[in-house]
Design a protein around this ligand. Sequence first.
Ligand code: HEC
Length: 134
Amino acid sequence: MIRKTASNINFISLVIILVISGFIYHSCYWDNEEYLYPKISQCDTSVFTYSAAIKPILDSYCLSCHANNVASSFGGNVKLGTYPDVKTVADNGKLVGSIGHQNGFSAMPKGSSKLEGCKITIIRKWVTSGALNN
Ligand code: HEC
């Protein structure tokens, strides 16, 4: 009788340990970065439309200085808030020149490190395919 109680307790602790480790395993699995922060399409260079790729990049990295209401104070009066303004710097070469840190252009984003290569590629592809409002 005593023996049976002891083995019951052992069995119960074994079950508890298994349940707990199952939880730990599962929570680690679901805490995986890929599940919590799925890679955004900005770095998929096959997507290079204005709405899906270009505008989100400009919104995150450029509009703190180039939004239409702050451009005169912080952005050397270069506006990047709306498509027609972006189209202007796309067509005159300044957009690609500045993010590529090419000679003769002011390096952008000003005061920060260069954009990731894939983002530069996305912008370049959009410009070379006509800088459409797509
Ligand atoms: C911290 C503020 C700031 C940020 C962020 C910033 N810019 Fe600028 N940008 C400026 C200023 C100021 C100028 C005016 C030229 C200068 O002072 O270098 C400028 C000029 C430009 C020009 C004209 C460049 C030339 O050679 O005539 C372009 C194009 C440009 N920015 C694009 C961008 C893009 C694209 C981003 C985001 C990837 C960006 N900027 C982020 C402040 C900024």
